[in-house]
Write a protein that binds this ligand. Structure first.
Ligand SMILES: Nc1nc2c(ncn2[C@@H]2O[C@H](COP(=O)(O)OP(=O)(O)OP(=O)(O)O)[C@@H](O)[C@H]2O)c(=O)[nH]1
Ligand SMILES: [Mg+2]
Length: 401
């Protein structure tokens, strides 16, 4: 399953974002370092299901379908807050970042209201600049990788001189646990003109710059400009969008999303994660305070920003930043079922550019090995092994027995 790391300084709402997305219980509080051990849970990417186009009532197995929206599972990891110089061991240090080794994308939860200082202590909203947090956090993550590489750097340099191994191979081997590939290592070296420079001639600054680029390839980051419900956040978000053109910035109100999902879970309101509004179902069971809270969310979050942003942040991280697509494999191309008769049972996240054969392999090694052809269920067209899958394709794999 794709892993999404939720990162940021303390007290920005990382755990609130995590709980809102997963409905896993975890401790939330208004002081730094509430989270010590990482929380893990299942969240969902929301896409338009194919059931409507195909005019069928589906019976999802690996995912959920609610009113024509398919929710495809991804794993979220909520870690402890990082403070400046965590890489030197400040705060809780950065060892917990090891939890993020396998994460393929990061959601950086920023306190866009500017109501927490660089250590996460509560201050008056509007007094801290969230842009500083973005720069600092990237540096901390870069330094974490720097340290991993520096630990064995001398040995690595020596080995590179005596062996015939390419530098990119040695570096990517060292960092393979972080999901860093040789291809992205070479790309980063090219970009900085380091490809032909001997490792022993790299300065620490060059190494850091290299890591910065490498990190952006292998752990791309999306900014969740959180606490968008607080009035002071508005100007900050506008400024962030203007000044940080290279970043994807999504205004979020994790606390609102959490309130809405909890109320929906209890059947008090009707609300689908990511939607622009909700409907009150059981007004009599809601207290005055709850009703006021819901009205506040409607006026100050949903009408202002279009949504709470939490679902959008997950969707954008996976579909736009990571460039994944969702494919629906079926065994019976007429009834759109698996061999148990379940209609459109699975929705699979695959990297953009994946082929029909990749899909077969991701279902089962044997299916990949015995692949003959695929069928586009919508058009009944035959597809070869190298056919590049499209988002929302419905595919039958034909294999030898
Ligand atoms: N106004 C507002 N408050 C929020 C929002 N999200 C979280 N908070 C509040 O921010 C405080 C910190 O929330 P947590 O989710 O515990 O933050 P965290 O980033 O996990 O904190 P650590 O685990 O200590 O690093 C709590 O008081 C939350 O209620 C939001 O969208 N809007
Ligand atoms: Mg937390």
């Amino acid at each position: 399953m794709i892993q999404i790391g939720v990162v940021g300084k303390p007290n920005t709402g990382k755990t609130t974002f995590f709980v809102a997305s997963t409905l896993v219980d975890a401790k939330i509080a208004s002081y730094p370092f509430t989270t010590i051990d990482a929380n893990r849970g299942v969240g969902y990417v929301r896409i338009e299901c194919v059931c409507k186009d195909l005019g069928v009532k589906d019976t999802p197995v690996n995912s959920l379908c609610i009113e024509g929206n398919r929710f495809v599972p991804v794993e979220l990891i909520d870690v402890a807050g990082l403070v400046p110089d965590a890489w030197r061991g400040r705060g809780l240090g950065n060892k917990f970042l090891d939890e993020l080794r396998r994460a393929s994308v990061l959601v950086h939860v920023v306190d866009a209201s500017g109501g927490t200082d660089e250590e996460g202590r509560v201050i008056k909203p509007g007094t801290h600049d969230p842009i500083e947090d973005i720069i600092f956090l990237e540096r901390e993550i870069d330094m974490w990788i720097f340290q991993i590489l520096k630990r064995d750097w001398d040995r690595l340099v020596k080995y590179a001189t005596i062996s015939k191994e390419r530098a990119s191979k040695l570096i990517s081997d060292k960092l393979s646990g972080l999901g860093i590939t040789m291809e992205s290592t070479e790309r980063a070296m090219e970009e900085l003109g380091l490809a032909r420079k001997k490792l022993q001639e790299w300065s620490d600054d060059e190494l850091l710059e290299f890591i910065h680029i490498l990190r952006s390839f292998s752990k791309p980051m999306l900014i969740a400009a959180n606490k968008s419900d607080i009035p002071e956040a508005e100007d900050n978000i506008k400024r962030m969008k203007k000044e940080l053109k290279d970043y994807i910035i999504i205004p979020t109100s994790a606390v609102s999303e959490l309130a809405l999902r909890k109320a929906a879970e209890k059947g008090l309101i009707k609300y689908l994660p990511g939607s622009e509004d909700f409907i009150i179902l059981k007004e009599k069971e809601l207290t005055q305070k709850q009703l006021k809270g819901l009205e506040y969310i409607r006026e100050n979050v949903l009408k202002k920003w279009g949504n709470t942003g939490v679902q959008q942040a997950i969707d954008t991280a996976v579909l736009e930043l990571l460039k994944y697509i969702v494919v629906f494999p079926v065994e019976d191309e007429l009834r759109l079922t698996d061999h148990h008769g379940r209609v459109l049972p699975d929705a699979l996240l695959m990297p953009m550019g994946s082929t029909a054969r990749d899909l077969a392999y991701s279902i089962h090694t044997e299916l990949g090995d015995k692949f003959i052809q695929a069928i586009d269920v919508r058009t009944k067209r035959r597809l070869g092994a190298e056919y590049r899958l499209k988002h929302r394709d419905v595919i039958k794999i034909v294999a030898r027995r």
